[in-house]
Design a protein around this ligand. Structure first.
Ligand SMILES: [Zn+2]
Length: 157
């Protein structure tokens, strides 16, 4: 909370290995996420964080099953609600920010991880790609069919 009160700014380029839950969703462990957090307090005394995360992750396309690069730029505004305090009533009506409950100690990298996970596509797909077709499967199967026939004829000789 002091972070917001004092209007601090935190900026880091962190390796993907620093974000175990994101790494779990990605293919490979290469890459870096650029995290930038700014804190401020509004006129009513509410603490806010502006949280930006920029990066690229390799994920599996859910249509063709090949890897694809997901480039993202998460840019969220979070209102910090101290643990045990009620959430502001108009929070749900206001889509300019999300309210989150925070304890005295705030882990900014963990917060960034959470926001990236929320932004992650549930079912990532290339803009244009095709489902591996049935005919591919058939042509892949045919050499074995031919082999089976060959074996069969060998057996008969
Ligand atoms: Zn694809």
């Amino acid at each position: 909370m002091a972070f917001a009160r004092e209007g601090r700014r935190w900026q880091r380029a962190l390796p993907l290995s620093r974000f175990p839950r994101i790494a779990l969703e990605a293919l490979g462990s290469e890459g870096e996420l650029e995290v930038s957090v700014t804190g401020w307090v509004d006129r009513e005394g509410h603490s806010f964080l502006g949280l930006e995360v920029v990066g690229e992750l390799t994920v599996g396309c859910q249509r063709c099953m090949e890897p694809m690069v997901w480039s993202f730029h998460v840019d969220n505004r979070l209102m910090l609600v101290p643990e045990g305090r009620p959430f502001p009533e108009d929070e749900l009506d206001d889509d300019r920010y999300d309210a989150i409950e925070v304890s005295a100690r705030l882990d900014l990298a963990e917060l960034a991880e959470e926001e990236v996970l929320l932004a992650m596509p549930i079912s990532p797909r290339h803009e244009s790609c095709e489902v591996p077709s049935e005919s591919d499967g058939a042509s892949r199967a045919s050499p074995f069919a031919g082999l089976a026939k060959l074996r069969g004829s060998d057996g008969q000789v």
